[in-house]
Design a protein around this ligand. Structure first.
Ligand SMILES: [Cu+2]
Length: 126
């Protein structure tokens, strides 16, 4: 899987295809990152990146698949990692700038707070 490298990550929801690393596991839909299903997000330690969450909802409202960061590949609310001092989840139409300080482990995941296996990995390069 080639990594997604960008300053802004647009997250949306789509029916999984075999491209998704969790195809056939958990919920039948998963997150896309800049159009890549379950994309591997690459960031640099200390860098600030914008996450914009569409939620698969054309009206950009609601929170059926709350987007969060987690130490668990499963997601589903397990082992959350705060995105900032004030925010730990994104609902449809929301954005946040996340700074990957030393508080973040070198590898973790993004996921849905409700459903299992909707997300993918994030790797921080030092
Ligand atoms: Cu969900």
């Amino acid at each position: 899987m080639s990594p997604v490298i960008a300053q802004e990550f647009i997250i949306d929801v789509a029916n999984k295809t075999p491209q998704d690393p969790f195809f056939g596991m958990g919920f039948q839909q998963g997150f896309t990152v800049n159009g890549i299903q379950g994309g591997l997000i690459n960031v640099k330690r200390g860098g600030t990146y914008r996450f914009t969450y569409k939620g698969g909802n054309p009206l950009s409202q609601g929170c059926f698949h709350p987007f969060y960061l987690t130490r668990s590949s499963v997601g589903a609310g397990i082992e959350p990692i705060p995105m900032s001092s004030t925010n730990s989840v994104l609902c449809d139409g929301q954005s946040i700038d996340v700074t990957f300080t030393s508080a973040f482990p070198p590898m973790f995941y993004y996921g849905c707070q409700v459903h299992p296996y909707m997300g993918g990995p994030i790797v921080i390069a030092d």
